[in-house]
Design a protein around this ligand. Structure first.
Ligand code: SF4
Ligand code: SF4
Length: 105
């Protein structure tokens, strides 16, 4: 973990190298909501480049919908039934291993 200064706001932010460094936070688990499967909302889908991924698990921790499936030592997979395509996992990935690809019509 290291402290660095944000370019846009000048505030210090903490950069984590592994999910193990993060404090405990509540994570909601994916389930069918009152308006159905939230993966239908998606315009862009996250795709993980297995060659770039270092299996750190950061995407698993930051996904607000809990749809990144991660087992220690393995490249994560994504449950597209509930992934909304928000792109947070792509922004937080330290290896730039996640690309957002436009869904086909
Ligand atoms: S996709 Fe990125 S954030 Fe997720 S485990 Fe791989 S390197 Fe880490
Ligand atoms: S795009 Fe959003 S909802 Fe989908 S896996 Fe990434 S963080 Fe989770």
């Amino acid at each position: 973990m290291k402290k660095t200064r944000s370019k846009s706001h000048g505030r210090k932010i903490t950069v984590y190298k592994s999910w193990k460094e993060l404090p405990c936070v509540p994570v909601s688990m994916p389930s069918k909501g009152s308006i159905g499967e939230t993966g239908d909302w998606r315009t862009f889908r996250p795709e993980i480049d297995e060659k770039k991924c270092n299996k750190c698990g950061i995407c698993y921790v930051y996904c607000p919908d809990g749809v990144v499936i991660f087992k220690e030592g393995a490249v994560p997979t994504i449950d597209y039934t509930y992934c909304k395509g928000c792109g947070i996992c792509m922004v937080k990935c330290p290896k730039k291993a996640i690309e957002m690809i436009r869904e086909r019509q």
